[in-house]
Design a protein around this ligand. Sequence first.
Ligand code: ATP
Ligand code: ATP
Ligand code: MG
Ligand code: MG
Ligand code: MG
Ligand code: MG
Length: 275
Amino acid sequence: MANSKFEYVRSYEVNDACLPNCWIVVRLDGKSFHRFSDVHSFRKPNDERALRLMGRCAMRVMAELSDVVIAYGQSDEFSFVFHRRTAWFGRRASKLMTHTVSLFASSFVFHWLEFFGETVLRFPPTFDARVVLFPTDRCLRDYLSWRQADCHINNLYNTTFWALVQKGGLSPSQAQERLKGTMTGDKNEILFSEFGTNYNKEPEVFRKGTTLIWQKAEKKTVTQLPKTQVSRLDELGSASTYLSKSQKRHRAVVALNVDIIGEDFWQEHQEILAD
Ligand code: ATP
Ligand code: ATP
Ligand code: MG
Ligand code: MG
Ligand code: MG
Ligand code: MG
């Protein structure tokens, strides 16, 4: 229909290209996953199958949209950080966001069986998404720290709440009442003195969430990494717009459950924020 009399309507489309040189973050979040988790009998407070499925979907996204330099996820959300110089889709926010969220949602259904085998998927899950731009490395790191701190706060609350309900025999509203106004130390104390649980010994995937990064695929080092999921995605990444061909080759996505708030992680992985 090129040059038809109708084509003028194209001018109604707005230019939503992201500002140059900013880090582009797409964060998605499951819609009504409180209900979704009930309907599909998620284990409380943490269903590891669901967390691993979320991580699997995020690996898919990263492999496909390979200008993503780091992704961080917890609960029903994942954040994807596109390199500040990505040229994907002319940096159009709507394109970046919809490709990310639709691939994630279809992957969630596509991989459901691998993680939830016996549990039937009762309805199609949906995810919302937003784009946020960060002009400095500091802002980007603070953003990721904010999400990981949120993971910690929610997980400590949920772990204590469900201990009171499942082991302490309280009703959900009694447990809620009991936790009103408590600080971090109080919850740690309840867990330890009433339920013999040392919160710091809870699995790291629950306490720290999941961080995905690219790693040079010296195949040996990748598979030897302890406590990591490894996705063999060698030589994917052909779609990257800011890396040279040789840089793209032989990379693999690895999943880590580590602290990303402190300096150590960023010292160890300086390539993430590098130009
Ligand atoms: P909204 O549509 O506003 O996002 P929501 O119900 O999804 O509503 P969130 O704040 O996103 O609310 O919280 C997600 C909820 O999903 C959690 O509170 C928890 O009940 C549930 N959930 C998500 N992942 C898991 C998991 N791995 N194990 C157990 N429950 C989970
Ligand atoms: P892009 O990612 O840019 O959208 P695309 O390959 O999806 O690339 P489109 O311009 O959207 O390109 O065109 C969709 C193409 O998909 C068609 O050109 C056709 O080849 C194929 N296609 C879509 N629907 C059908 C269909 N029902 N039957 C046969 N071919 C189809
Ligand atoms: Mg929400
Ligand atoms: Mg949600
Ligand atoms: Mg959420
Ligand atoms: Mg098309």
